[in-house]
Design a protein around this ligand. Structure first.
Ligand code: DGJ
Length: 534
């Protein structure tokens, strides 16, 4: 009897422990259209960096983690490879996953694992050799003229089953090996879809294309959001007209990945996302000009209907120019889609979008290629190469938890410099914040050479703000009932955050705050400013 009681007590403790682990599992929450990724139960904004594609090997760790340290990031995005995890059919090897977990813990960062499975940039290049050798069993798609396309078929059950089996093992292993949630999110596949053909035209695909559109896609809210007339039934061509080929491909790619993700989540329900090779966001181009079938902005409703288990669809930002990039950010920031930028070019021009994503209540941002493999014309020296983001990360990282909470609460507004360098006025309650772009008092009228200025304005109280930024000036004007009143700074302090508390370094006054200031130089700083009307 005593023995039985002891066994029951141990069993109870174990299940409570496992419940606790599951209760603290990272998850995404939404409030008033903003999102937070909860890690250890609290909002956690990913200050990320993605490794190069072939950097998930033990020999690459020193270089990678030296970049991690230089950059002050809190999360590394790193691939794991199907061809390595299951080099022999049914024989799984997680030694590289374990290496990544150990390295990340030793360097006190979290991981986003990228599952390079069936799709990598639209191709099957990370499939195990034993699959590549059996092309008939694990087929690629066929082009409209019968030509071979270097892209796996989204309708091949054999491939789907094999991917489900492998990914399930990955998630099973993570559940066992990572009770402390070093891994906070998983990317399922990489830039799925097809280059070189809008869809699969194989005989099997043709049969499906001539069949009826699945009922989930015929829901009025889905058809409305696709700007398609609501109908009760029809073939792909009948319902979707000239976008039928692309929508067909999107449906089957999304359904495939949704099933892989669902099987993985059944093992261990970490947040999961799918990244996207974008299309030009303004001109509604045809799908032969971009990767067809991936979650481009025009097919987001199809992805949501086909793969509801996927937490979010994420834009990889390699476009240029603030108009296009801000449009893309807007398109992927939806109440049902947390904003996360898993890849962006590692450039000074892109650091300002980190501010935009924080200000919108997004969950993370990550430039691509933080370890070497230096592109032509870029500095070989690590700290110089990483400076576009490390300059901001070093300032933001110590306060990221409190910043994530403010972002989720909607307390942050941002101003991002556009190519015309135009001044911006931001409404912050009974004040208007006027932001102009340039950083020297002597040349106060001189704008920045490149449009890289940015600022985050956190409203702590009616008259109290935290200001973080670079390459800009900010000044205030009393607004609403105080419009026209005289005003001044009561106190402006430069400092930093430690454990959620502002630690002042000095009080700024005189040249540092007069003449339309304070102003922010090339290196971002954190200010706490209190204002009064008089
Ligand atoms: C986007 C892909 O998702 C990445 O894996 C990588 O191939 C980059 N492009 C290359 O710049």
């Amino acid at each position: 009897m005593k023995m039985l009681n002891k066994t029951l007590t141990i069993g109870l403790i174990l299940s409570l422990l496992s419940l606790h682990v599951l209760a603290q599992i990272p998850r995404i929450v939404e409030k008033d259209g903003r999102h937070a990724l909860l890690v250890d139960g609290k909002p956690f904004f990913i200050l990320g960096g993605q490794a190069h594609n072939s950097s998930g090997w033990p020999g690459m760790m020193p270089e990678l983690f030296s970049a991690v340290k230089t950059m002050h990031l809190n999360t590394v995005e790193i691939p794991i490879y199907w061809e390595q995890v299951e080099a022999k059919p049914g024989k799984f090897n997680f030694s590289l996953v374990d290496t990544l977990l150990a390295q990340a813990r030793a360097h006190q960062v979290r991981l986003v694992i990228l599952w390079f499975g069936t799709w990598k940039n639209g191709s099957n290049h990370y499939m195990p050799e034993w699959m590549k050798r059996e092309a008939a069993k694990y087929p690629n798609i066929t082009g409209s003229k019968g030509q071979a396309i270097d892209s796996p078929s989204p309708i091949a059950k054999t491939t789907l089953e094999a991917d489900i089996k492998a990914f399930t093992q990955v998630m099973h292993h993570l559940k066992q090996a990572d009770p402390q949630h070093t891994v906070i999110m998983v990317q399922v596949e990489n830039e799925a879809g097809a280059w070189g053909s809008v869809r699969d035209y194989s005989p099997a695909a043709q049969k499906l294309f001539q069949a009826a559109v699945p009922p989930q896609l015929l829901q009025p809210e889905v058809l409305n959001s696709l700007n398609v007339p609501v109908v009760a039934s029809g073939t792909w061509q009948q319902v979707f007209g000239d976008r039928a080929d692309e929508y067909f491909q999107a449906w089957y790619v999304a359904s495939f990945i949704g099933k892989v993700a669902a099987a993985g989540k059944a093992e261990y329900p970490l947040p999961m996302y799918v990244n996207c090779a974008l299309r030009e966001p303004f001109s509604n181009p045809t799908a032969d000009t971009y990767e067809s079938g991936g979650p481009t902005d025009n097919v987001i409703p199809i992805w949501k209907a086909a793969a509801p288990v996927i937490d979010l669809l994420a834009p990889d930002i390699y476009l240029q120019g603030s108009k296009k990039i801000l449009k893309v950010i807007e398109l992927y920031d939806r109440p049902n889609n947390a904003l996360f930028v898993p890849e962006a070019a590692l450039s000074f021009a892109n650091a300002k979008y980190l501010y935009e994503v924080i200000g919108r209540g997004g969950i993370g941002f990550s430039p691509f290629g933080i370890d070497a493999n230096v592109p032509e014309g870029q500095p070989a020296e690590t700290s110089e190469r990483l400076a576009p983001f490390s300059r901001d990360y070093v300032v933001i990282a110590p306060m990221i938890r409190v910043l994530s909470e403010w972002a989720f609460e909607g307390k942050i507004k941002t101003a991002i410099e556009r190519e015309d360098h135009a001044e911006q006025t931001i409404d912050v309650g009974t004040w208007k914040a006027v932001v102009s772009f340039g950083s020297t008092r002597a040349n106060a009228d001189q704008v920045n050479r490149e449009p890289n200025g940015k600022i985050m304005i956190v409203q702590l109280d009616t008259n109290k703000f935290i200001l973080i930024g670079s390459l800009c000036h900010i000044t205030f004007q009393p607004a609403r009932q105080h419009t026209g009143s005289a005003w001044q700074y009561l106190k402006v302090e430069e400092g930093n955050y430690e454990n959620g508390i502002f630690k002042p370094l000095r009080i700024l006054n005189g040249d540092e705050t007069d003449f339309g200031g304070p102003r922010f130089g090339a290196g971002p700083i954190v200010l706490q400013a209190e204002l009064i009307t008089r």
